[in-house]
Ligand binder design. Structure first.
Ligand code: FAD
Length: 332
């Protein structure tokens, strides 16, 4: 494989409610740095129906090129059709790096593309860098139970691919009016060649705040003792207008669904305020919340490791402290 043929950093652009998803904007910020270090162009690959207008946004956030596949067949995300478009684009333009958000779509698409291309994939990356001279992508992620950061290299193949967690990279400040090059692409796909059909899309109706988007998170741990005790987390979150998070042990106990789990095998969050109730502060939990703006911990064990990672710590029984907090906050 001649690496000289492979040039440029790409980001697979996800669309959400008619706009570019925030994770894609973050990846454009990260991709811009990699592209500048290598002296190559940054491109976004946009696949969908009526999505050409998203090019403007990605140029403002740092992309030089938009490869656009705009066709009714791409109306809804389906692994096969999106994979074929991305493989087509990759075969034509040969990128050295492709980044995807570690979202359900990004993870699904990246693994499908990796099985078809002769290349590997680093999943759930939290740090990215590139060797200036060789173009080798340095994709790092927690490994061995979160005890070390492993840097994973793809030495023999191109493109190098990684999925990257939401909220760990920073989007660049937008430059209104910044221009780029739109390359309209097409691929002949027939509906009958695609095995998946979208029959219905059921929108989530819950009004609850999602943890990956929340400014305030109240998270609870095994220290709350039971599913009934865990209601304390819901009560404080409701008082503060925040979202509910949990440790893995709580999820495993069945007190709340996995979507609320924070940490290495859950979601990475960066709220403005993170309040931990009865969470010990295992490294696997800390990696998922350590970049929060203000971390407050309530734990009855003064030796609990969470106190090493918080800005404010209260040593005491959550069942005594939290009702007082709720009372005070309700008066504000
Ligand atoms: P515990 O460790 O049991 O801590 C309970 C805490 O509550 C204690 O510190 C105790 O002092 C305190 N407490 C007890 N009663 C009260 C009270 N009345 N008031 C106040 N405090 C009280 N964990 C995650 O959270 N997220 C992950 O993504 C994750 N991924 C993992 C991946 C791997 C590969 C492995 C091996 C582990 C992973 N874990 C993860 C598990 C992690 O190691 C811990 O076991 C888990 O985070 C502990 O959960 P906890 O803090 O709720 O429970």
């Amino acid at each position: 494989m001649d690496f000289q043929d492979y040039q440029g950093v790409w980001v697979f652009i996800e669309e959400k409610d008619g706009a570019v998803a925030s994770v894609s904007l973050e990846l454009l910020g990260a991709g811009r740095k990699l592209a500048d270090k290598r002296g190559v162009e940054l491109a976004g690959v946009i696949i969908g129906e009526h999505i050409k207008h998203l090019s403007k946004t990605i140029f403002e956030y740092g992309a030089d090129i938009a490869y656009v596949y705009d066709d009714p067949i791409f109306k809804n995300y389906r692994t096969e059709s999106y994979m074929k478009a991305l493989l087509d684009c990759s075969a034509k333009h040969k990128p050295e790096i492709i980044l995807y958000g570690a979202t359900s779509t990004g993870k699904d698409l990246a693994s499908a593309v990796a099985t078809d291309l002769p290349t590997g994939l680093t999943a759930d990356t939290t740090e990215l860098d590139v060797e200036e001279a060789t173009g080798l992508l340095l994709a790092s992620r927690p490994a061995f139970g979160g005890n070390i950061m492993a840097t994973i290299l793809c030495k023999k193949y191109r493109p190098q691919m990684a999925t990257v967690r939401a909220k760990v990279m920073k989007a660049l400040p937008p430059e209104p009016g910044r221009e780029g090059r739109i390359v309209e692409e097409s691929i002949l796909l027939r509906e009958e060649d695609i095995r998946t059909k979208v029959l219905e899309i059921v929108k989530e109706t819950t009004k609850k705040v999602r943890i990956d988007e929340a400014d305030i998170i109240v998270a609870g741990g095994k220290g709350l003792g039971s599913a009934e005790g865990f209601q304390l987390v819901h009560q404080l979150a409701e008082t503060l207008g925040g979202a509910v998070g949990a440790s893995r042990d709580v999820v495993e106990a069945g007190w709340i669904e996995h979507a609320h789990q924070i940490g290495q095998t859950g979601v990475t969050v960066t709220p403005k305020i993170y309040i931990a109730l009865g969470i010990s502060g295992a490294i696997q939990h800390i990696v998922g919340m350590k970049n929060s703006g203000l971390i407050i911990a309530i734990n009855n064990d003064p030796e609990a490791p969470i106190f090493e990672s918080c800005h404010y710590g209260i040593v005491g029984d959550a069942f005594e402290i939290v009702p007082m907090l709720i009372e005070q906050l309700s008066e504000v």
